[in-house]
Design a protein around this ligand. Structure first.
Ligand code: DC
Length: 211
């Protein structure tokens, strides 16, 4: 039997990362945050992103991400890097270069992967595909709180329009656009707590496994 994968896709700030890492911890599975790979390519810079994507040395530690042996965790999350990552993610050669790397995370006993194309392209045979959404207002508020907690500030209006712009770009690109897989379960987290979303995903996974 192949190693089970749970794919969690969705727009920016939909809570995929938090939910995916909690589901992985509950099941004792590995966790892949695929957006971090695109962010790392953006952070590494240079004028041949496809070469960077193929050759960069990346280590995902417990709470840290190392790029070429340097701890870059604090730089990865910033909005400018997210936007650059979204631009770079349009390039088919970059996506192709990251494909094998992403599939390499599929190790026993299982994997929970979050991103935009986990269910459509990277792990089309995932046992459970979740498309996690939330209203723009909810997502902007969550991002606002995250930034505030880090002592950074941005207006809700600016955050909403930046999120919408990034989603539009991610959904409009020709290769592996942001969209639910045909067999994905859609989950709107606007009015749910993180615990409720995690429970729903775990319940759906368990339902699939007893079939
Ligand atoms: O999940 P994130 O916000 O960290 O991702 C940053 C950008 O990377 C996102 O705007 C588009 C790109 N991305 C992608 O194209 N495919 C993925 N599987 C994950 C991220």
């Amino acid at each position: 039997m192949s190693v089970p994968v749970i794919a969690i896709d969705g727009p920016s700030a939909s809570g995929k990362g938090t939910v995916a890492s909690r589901v992985a911890a509950a099941l004792g599975f590995h966790y892949l945050e695929s957006g971090a790979l695109y962010r790392l390519v953006a952070l590494a810079g240079g004028d041949a992103p496809e070469r960077v994507a193929a050759s960069m040395d990346v280590e995902f530690l417990n709470r840290k991400i190392l790029l070429n042996k340097h701890d870059v965790t604090d730089y990865l999350r910033n909005e400018a890097i997210g936007d650059q990552a979204s631009e770079i993610a349009k390039l088919p050669a970059v996506r192709a270069a990251l494909l094998g790397r992403q599939r390499g995370f599929r190790q026993p006993p299982g994997l929970v992967a979050d991103g935009r194309d986990m269910g459509t392209v990277v792990f089309p045979d995932a046992v459970l595909k979740v498309f996690l959404t939330a209203s723009v207002a909810t997502r902007a508020q969550r991002r606002h709180k995250q930034l505030n907690d880090k002592g950074k500030h941005a207006t809700l209006a600016a955050l909403s329009s930046a999120l919408e712009e990034r989603d539009k770009r991610d959904a409009a690109r020709a290769v592996a656009p942001l969209k639910p897989a045909a067999d994905a379960v859609s989950l709107d987290s606007s009015d749910l707590t993180v615990d409720e979303v995690v429970d729903q995903v775990l319940n759906k996974y368990r339902e699939r496994m007893v079939r």
